[in-house]
Structures are given as C-alpha cells and as structure tokens.
Design a protein around this ligand. Structure first.
Ligand code: GRG
Length: 301
C-alpha cells in the first residue's frame, strides 16, 4: 500500500487532472447554442458533470509515467472518455440495458428521447476519432497509431462492441468462468487497456515496456469489472449513480453470479496482485498507477 504522502500526491493529481480533462472536453464539444440544438444538449448532458473520469486519468497517469508532457496527452485522454460516454448512452437504451438512471440523473434517452440519444452517442464516438486526428501536439504517425488502438478497443471482434454483443447473447444461458472473462476483457477491459497503452505510446515506450503496461491494463480492467459487479450487489443507487441490482435481474453474466461473492472478492485481490507485479517490473515512477489500482480494489471492498 502507498504511504500517506504518496496517497496525498495522488489525490492532488486526480483532482487537478479531472479539472484539466473537463476544461478540454468543454472546448471539444459543440456549444449548447450550436444547431441542431437537441443533439448537442444531449451530448453535453451525458458528458457533464460526468463520472469518475477514470479512463482519462489512467491515460494521463500512464503517459506521464513515460515522461510524455500533459499537452500531448490531454486530447487522447478526452477521446477515450468520449468513447466511454457514448457506450454508456447506448448501453442505457431500451434495446440494451433499458436504464433510466446514469451518473445520478436521468439517462440520455429519458431526457431527450431515444432518437436523439442514439445520435448523441454516435456523435461522441466520431468526435473521439476527430479529436485525435486533429491533435497538433502529436506527429501524424502517432495519431494514426492511436486511432488504430482506439478503434480496435472500441469495435469488434476484439473490442467493446464484441464484448457487448457477446454479453447480450449470453443473457439467455449460463456462462462458465472462461466465457465470463472473455466477455469482460472485451466489454470493459479493452478500453481500459487502451487507455494505458495510448498513454504509454505517446511517451514512446520500448516494446517490452508496452507489453508490461498492456498486462497492467488488462489486469486492472478485470479488477475494475469484478469490483463493479460486487458494487452492483452491495451498493445503493446514491453511491452508484445508477440502478443497483440490475445485473441479477437482467440475468447478466457477472463475477458474483458465476463465482459467488467470496470467490469474486478473492479474484479481485488476485487481479490486483497481477497488475501490481506488472508495474513492479517497470523501471519507471509508477506510484500513481499503483494508487489507481488500490483505489479500484478499495472501491469494491
Ligand atoms: C453499447 C457498444 C456498447 C457498449 C456498452 C459501457 C458498456 C459497454 C456497458 C456498461 C455496462 C456496465 C455497467 C459495465 C461495467 C463497467 C462499466 C463500463 C462501468 C461504468 O464505468 P464507470 O464506473 O462510469 O467508469 P463513470 O460514470 O464513472 O464514468
């Protein structure tokens, strides 16, 4: 565990990085008064005030661990958050999870109607790619590489869309441990891993270091999903900002459902240890990446 000085450094970093991400997101999104009005209001409704901003924070912390300047990281950090927010809007739609509460307030389709919510999600996704393509702090070759990373992690067959499709398919039947991990590696893990990889790539890592970062990201993604599943069982709507107990009611493939609560908690500890081992093999200042790990484990405890 981190010392109190390291923890206080991390809290300061997280608060300041979240504020910087919000300033940049505000500049990237079309203004409220921009026509057509409804789609832009819906995009802003879902992006602000936002959630934990976990993925952009992770990208900034990884990039800075590789010595990349903040200016070269911030747009890509926002692009990952735009993809994540699009996925939440679409996941909440009646045709998918059919949820009416997200980030502590009505979901996008409840507030603006289904058609506008679909368009807002679509537009956030395309804005993510445009943001990286236009980032003049990065050389063209790096932009193309980041675009490829993000597209792969968001789409199919090796990204979030594949995971979501697999998850929908599995609702009607029992899944085993291997299939559960495969679903969540794609649905949640791919974008979290991409956040770590994109941050590192901007800092020009060696191939060996990028592999270590990838392993850290993959294990952190699993840890994130397990704790998210545990919280769905144990936390209140107020703490979650979304409807709890939904996974079991929708017959979702979850870690507590497949393993039980005790074994799911043990798996979280084991993913935390594997991620930590990957970090320890990196000869870099990894305190913030360690703090992120500890924060996610504690969240589900
Ligand atoms: C619609 C293509 C498509 C994919 C949807 C995001 C997603 C994939 C499903 C959401 C279902 C879910 C609750 C997954 C668990 C992990 C997850 C993505 C939690 C939400 O992320 P947080 O906790 O949210 O980072 P905030 O609001 O803090 O940004």
């Amino acid at each position: 565990m981190l010392s109190s000085v390291e923890l206080s450094d991390f809290k300061q970093f997280a608060a300041e990085a979240r504020a910087a991400v919000d300033v940049e997101l505000n500049q990237l999104l079309p203004g409220e008064g921009t026509r057509p009005l409804a789609v832009h209001s819906a995009m802003r409704w879902s992006v602000f005030p936002g959630g934990k901003r976990f993925r952009p924070l992770l990208l900034l912390a990884t990039g800075e661990c590789f010595g990349a300047p903040r200016d070269s990281l911030i747009a890509t950090a926002c692009a990952v958050e735009l993809i994540h927010t699009y996925s939440l809007i679409h996941d909440d739609l009646p045709a998918m999870d059919n949820d009416d509460l997200r980030r502590g307030r009505p979901t996008c389709h409840i507030q603006f109607g289904e058609a506008t919510a679909i368009l807002a999600g679509d537009a956030l996704q395309t804005l993510a790619f445009q943001t990286i393509a236009d980032d003049e702090h990065l050389d063209p070759q790096t932009r193309v590489r980041l675009l490829g990373e993000l597209a792969q992690a968001s789409g199919t067959p090796s990204g979030m869309v594949a995971g979501q499709a697999h998850d929908l398919e599995a609702e009607e039947r029992t899944v085993d441990e291997e299939e559960l991990e495969q679903i969540h590696r794609l649905k949640t893990g791919a974008l979290i891993t991409a956040a770590t990889r994109c941050g590192a790539i901007i800092g020009s890592p060696s191939k060996a270091d990028l592999m270590k970062v990838t392993e850290y990201g993959a294990q952190l993604g699993l840890l994130f999903q397990i704790t998210d599943d545990l919280l769905d069982v144990t936390a209140t709507a107020e703490k979650l900002g979304k409807t709890p107990g939904k996974d079991a009611r929708s017959h979702k493939a979850t870690y507590p459902g497949v393993y039980g609560m005790k074994a799911a908690r043990e798996l979280a500890v084991s993913a935390h240890a594997s991620a930590r081992a990957a970090l320890e093999s990196l000869d870099r200042p990894v305190d913030r990446l360690q703090a992120i790990l500890d924060y996610i484990l504690d969240r589900g405890a």
